[in-house]
Design a protein. Structure first.
Length: 380
């Protein structure tokens, strides 16, 4: 199943809406078909290792129950919603829905949250610190979005549920199947189901300084790289020993910049940002393809595609003889002469392979390894 946005200008959206203001796109996904139903969602919520929860409001009191679930009846009461995180990692058709938003780079994408809600259900007014596209599946849901506040009061009606103040909506809309709502970070919003409905939230990651500096600090602690130490030859005399001069501070900051600006830090950051889901590494092929098997297949022509939840990442500007890329925190490389063929596979959901003389043995082995590790699927 392929999903494609219609009547949607990517350039206009990026220039006028992305990270700027919320908007609604009616009928953006024409003739929308749900990639799963509530029974599929309930099945995922019963599996260990999958992040799921039921949020309900009973007579004004909020409850949050985390999965996995063996019995839904005790928790699915009154105005309740079942929410499952990372569905794109488990259901191929759900992963296809994510690809409709591939105009945002892989490294910015987080995952697909799917919710099934009863009439009247919601999670209250809240603020997210990430961009999100909300796709309406079956049913109807009312969404309200307010202006970005200069300050807001956060409160917890339940220890695992953060809400914010009520707000004056600038968007008040009932979404129908195939409608898309975009909400940038920091805008208060709330949704309430009018009928039983499915909603698909495509979330995006936005690392903060704490996260990025932690990655760099971990590299400093784990690596055997020698680091530069502060030096101050030709120091000028001052008669105030308690003072740190502007020159000293500039030198200290320069010392930090010197490490951060090293080319290897780019690889460290992108490796971290390629990490998506631990379960991606749990599904290598039980019966691996041998070199002979794979050669036979590509000589006849074979179509490969990203496995569920796989979103490769690579640095656009690389000048070495090796072209390097990352999948879920793992590094792979090939000779730069194979860069074009490799990026076609990394950038495109589906790619047809047909053997030709420019395919080196090492490159063929690289693609075979990606298939055997479960990062690429072969279509029958």
């Amino acid at each position: 199943m392929m999903y494609q946005l219609s009547n949607f200008s990517i350039k206009t959206f990026l220039s006028q809406h992305w990270q700027q203001r919320p908007c609604v796109f009616h009928g953006a996904l024409r003739d929308f078909e749900d990639p799963l139903d509530e029974h599929d969602l309930a099945g995922l919520a019963q599996e260990a290792g999958i992040d799921s929860r039921v949020i309900s409001e009973i007579n004004g009191a909020w409850t949050v129950t985390e999965g996995p679930f063996t019995d839904f009846e005790p928790v699915c009461r009154d105005n309740w919603s079942l929410m499952v995180q990372g569905v794109d990692t488990h259901i191929e058709s759900a992963a296809s829905l994510m690809k409709a938003f591939n105009f945002i780079p892989h490294w910015r994408m987080d995952d697909l949250l799917v919710s099934f809600s009863q009439p009247g259900a919601g999670v209250g007014a809240h603020i997210d610190q990430y961009d999100v596209f909300i796709v309406q599946g079956k049913g109807c849901r009312r969404w309200q979005v307010g202006n970005k506040p200069t300050e807001s009061s956060q409160h917890y009606p339940h220890p695992k549920l953060q809400q914010t103040d009520e707000f004056e909506p600038i968007i008040d809309v009932e979404l129908q199947p195939g409608d898309v709502l975009y909400i940038p970070p920091g805008f208060p919003h709330k949704g309430q189901s009018i009928t039983e409905c499915l909603n698909y939230s495509i979330g995006f990651r936005a690392p903060d300084q704490t996260e990025l500096f932690q990655v760099i600090a971990d590299d400093l602690l784990d690596s055997n790289q020698s680091t530069r130490r502060f030096t101050d030859s030709n120091r000028a005399y001052i008669d105030r020993p308690g003072a740190m001069t502007t020159t000293d501070m500039i030198s200290l900051k320069s010392l930090l910049h010197g490490y951060i600006d090293e080319p290897r830090i780019e690889q460290i950051l992108i490796q971290h940002l390629s990490k998506q889901n631990e379960c991606l590494d749990d599904f290598p092929l039980e019966h691996e393809f041998t070199h002979s098997d794979f050669m036979t297949m590509i000589q006849e022509g074979v179509t490969i595609q990203h496995a569920c939840g796989v979103r490769p990442v690579y640095l656009d500007h690389q000048i070495d003889d090796e072209f390097t890329f990352f999948i879920n925190g793992h590094q792979f490389s090939t000779h730069t002469s194979h860069r074009l063929a490799t990026t076609q596979i990394l950038d495109n959901h589906q790619t047809q392979l047909l053997f030709h003389c420019d395919m080196s043995h090492d490159w063929i082995e690289l693609i075979r390894e990606l298939i055997n590790r479960g990062y690429l699927d072969i279509l029958e």
